[in-house]
Design a protein around this ligand. Structure first.
Ligand SMILES: [Zn+2]
Length: 442
């Protein structure tokens, strides 16, 4: 019995070992070199405008050091990949993170920024080989201008027009997010000369939501973004307009609505905004999957929660882009890409996982719906030393390596030719995005 078990175990070990071997594929270096030359379209990022010394960004209050709760390993200041980023971007001469050297780095960074002025953000893109970066911001600012930077505007505050005090109580992170959205919604009302929230849902939609979307479109916005997953579940149900009107009218005066009533209104608004976006030609970006911060609910951020909304026949003229691709539910995303109006980028997977893990996600997406896969970095300012520039550098590099690795494996397994590998690389890095958003390139 024991002996036969040993034979069984050893016969199982052989195929396991060979799988292990094939998992260690070395990247095709010529293909990687080719991919490194492609001028990319970055589907999702949060660059900062050029700021004078001491000037604060309207959106990001960038801390000097990382917050007490450590971010994932590749985003920590101990990551040696940043040494290379600093060397290439700012001529950093050291192999360490000593305080004196980092102080010198910040001085160099400031000097380079001052020299370049408003050309600084585009200068960074040149260093990364990115032709166009989509800037996901509430406002743009100096240096964040077309054609190098295209605007993805936050429509999220429009979902939460009523009293949010109950939702804020759930945790400090939600309290901060709702407070920010309330401030931005107030700014939108002021922009349209509304001194308070309109009394009816019809007025809210017709006097604020629709004209605001149309104005942003005219201002050059190419897509709107929802980070609702930070604040509620992604199950946007198909609710009746009458129900939504009732909830709005009852609570527009300022009383706090019960959570179930408020959800009805938010669900209605999400689908209504998506419908209007389809009508005027704006794509809808939705954060799906893992999020930042110690209070993020992963279980209510699964892309499959969007199933009913994505299957709404009325919304088939709206293009939806699943931002970050839904990690750790990236396989679920690969099947949603089968819907004609659904796309995904792998931004943030570029720093949340290893190159090899990301290559497996890219491979599964390319094996199903290659015309729906978009390159993205999610470059954002973490600290003054690890800013959108360094994260952009790290994630741009990782994405290209992971794409090359995925394509190498597909060639090795006889799934695609070398020629098709080049074609797929161009599609992911730029051509899919150009087709989806229909903008002109340089
Ligand atoms: Zn982002």
């Amino acid at each position: 019995m024991k002996h036969s078990l040993i034979i069984l175990v050893s016969s199982l070990l052989i195929p396991l070992f060979s799988i292990q071997l094939s998992a260690q594929t070395k990247v095709d270096s010529a293909l990687l070199a080719e991919i490194n030359q492609i001028k990319a379209i970055d589907n999702h990022a949060h660059p900062l405008p050029f700021l004078n010394e001491g000037e604060k960004d309207v959106e990001f209050d960038v801390p000097e050091s990382t917050p007490p709760l450590a971010p994932p390993v590749r985003l920590r200041l101990s990551n040696p990949e940043y040494l290379e980023a600093w060397r290439i971007l700012y001529g950093y001469k050291y192999d360490d993170f000593s305080e004196a050297h980092l102080r010198e780095l910040l001085e160099t960074k400031r000097r380079v920024m001052n020299e370049k002025g408003a050309a600084y953000p585009a200068w960074i893109l040149d260093r990364l080989g990115i032709e166009t970066m989509f800037a996901n911001r509430i406002t743009m600012g100096r240096g964040l201008t077309a054609p190098r930077f295209l605007w993805v505007w936050h429509a999220n505050p429009l979902l939460f027009p009523l009293n949010n005090e109950e939702a804020k109580k759930s945790n400090p992170q939600r309290e901060a997010d709702f407070t920010t959205d309330e401030k931005w919604l107030k700014d939108f009302l002021t922009e349209f000369k509304l001194t308070k929230l309109p009394e009816t849902l019809d007025d809210y939609v017709n006097k604020l939501v629709v004209p605001l979307l149309e104005r942003r479109k005219k201002d050059g916005v190419i897509a709107v973004k929802f980070y609702a997953a930070y604040m509620r579940s992604l199950d946007f149900a198909d609710v009746s307009e009458r129900e939504a009107q009732r909830v709005y009218a009852k609570y527009a005066g300022g009383n706090a609505p019960p959570a179930s009533d408020y959800k009805v209104l938010q669900d209605y608004l999400f689908r209504r905004i998506a419908l209007e976006c389809g009508r005027i030609g704006l794509a809808v970006h939705i954060h799906v999957g893992a999020g930042a911060g110690p209070f993020f609910y992963n279980s209510t951020a699964s892309p499959f929660l969007l199933d009913s909304m994505l299957n709404d026949p009325k919304l088939r003229k709206t293009n939806f882009v699943l931002i970050h691709g839904g990690l750790p539910f990236a396989q679920a995303t690969s099947f949603l890409l089968g819907k004609p109006n659904v796309y995904a980028d792998f931004s943030s997977q570029t720093f949340l996982t290893s190159v090899r893990e990301l290559s497996q996600v890219i491979r599964s997406w390319l094996g199903r719906f290659p015309e729906k896969v978009l390159f993205g970095t999610d470059a954002y300012p973490l600290t003054t030393t690890v800013g959108w520039e360094e994260i952009g550098w790290l994630t741009n590099k990782s994405a290209r390596q992971a794409l090359a690795l995925a394509l190498t494996e597909m060639m090795n397994d006889g799934e695609i030719t070398r020629e098709r590998a080049s074609e797929l690389a161009r599609m992911v890095m730029r051509e899919n995005a150009i087709k989806l958003y229909g903008f002109k390139t340089r």
